[in-house]
Write a protein that binds this ligand. Sequence first.
Ligand code: HSE
Length: 433
Amino acid sequence: MQSAYRPIRVALLGAGSVGSQVARLLLENKDELARRVGAELELSGIAVRNVGAKRDADLPSELFTEDAESLIIGSDIVIELIGGIEPAKTWIMLALQSGADVVTANKALIAAHGSELLGLAEQLGAQLYYEAAVGGAIPIIRPLRESLAGDRINRVMGIVNGTTNYILDQMESTGADFADALKEAQDLGYAEADPTADVEAYDAASKAAILASLAFHSEVPVEQVYREGITSVSAMQIETARDAGYSVKLLAICERVNEGESGLVVRVHPTLIPLEHPLAAVRGAYNAVFVEAESAGQLMFYGAGAGGPETASAVLGDLVSAAKRHIAGGPGLSDSTHANLSVLPIQNVRTRFQITLEVQDKPGVLASVANEFGSHGVSVETVTQSAAGAGVAAQLTIMTHSALERDLESLVESLTKNDFVVQVDSVIRVEGI
Ligand code: HSE
């Protein structure tokens, strides 16, 4: 296609499952992309660690280079898909400093150093796009950055890790315990050999920090995100939840709080949500982000949270935006942290809890347990007691009304010391009611 504008030189860093799909789509859809952008997108090279390695897509060998720095310098747009902090950070800075716009899918880097990199981009009049960093194929960064920029967001709740959603879903639908469901996720290629980043919720915490920062126009350091993974979720918890009409999901929750100190709380933990809540319908390895905004009301963004072609779709969307800006000029997208809200500890959150206790089955136990709740300011909504034989401990499942996390913490501490309580089996937060 002939265009009035010279070809835009695109450098790709990384040719893993996403990178190789981005390269394939760029080459296969060259003409169509050129028509959409108004200029040809020329893939000038692909920087990799080892040019001889096997790739997911059949790509021309002459595109590969091990010299990332030479490729970056002289490019108009650099797509970073190598992941991790270094050398990704250094190469993104080099790209921005040499006048390129940057597209990245690197959630760990954006969560840890986003404000530094976005600040550098702004100072240099360049752009940093990162739609693929959260929710894979799902458009969520752009809606928060642009579409909802005129609204006031109060809360964002997301299933932002497909591996853990797959594991919890398997546990729920087959009754498997965590270890077996993890093994199956590993066999199917959802979970990595070292599953720590997913199952301990480091991945979800990075994504939560990014979502919160955009939704609330504030800097949210990832270290201030409360994080609890799914390794101790038991088959018993899932069954108890199901019987009570709930599903267990690993939720990333970002919200404004106003009790005492006002600010934000950002947290990731296993959560009960009612089976009729839209997030409960998110099965398998899918992701979804549920947004509550003052004027727009409730919105849900749903789709594939990972995968080569799926994530490549988000990267190419960013690439088209970056290329159009290259032609039209102007400032493009920008993030703002002007609201500067403080990120507060989870103790400031108000939520509901389901607490499962093993207690002695004899007179006075319920009264004593109820008294613990009352004296810590935690109001009980329902109590269910499982049948127990004579002399055998009974199980109490207690659903609370909304209560402060800090009151819950002191309640649980007292319950563990109560003479009638054999043990506290489980404490899980409840949302979406
Ligand atoms: N490991 C992530 C997940 C995929 O399981 O969702 C990429 O963020």
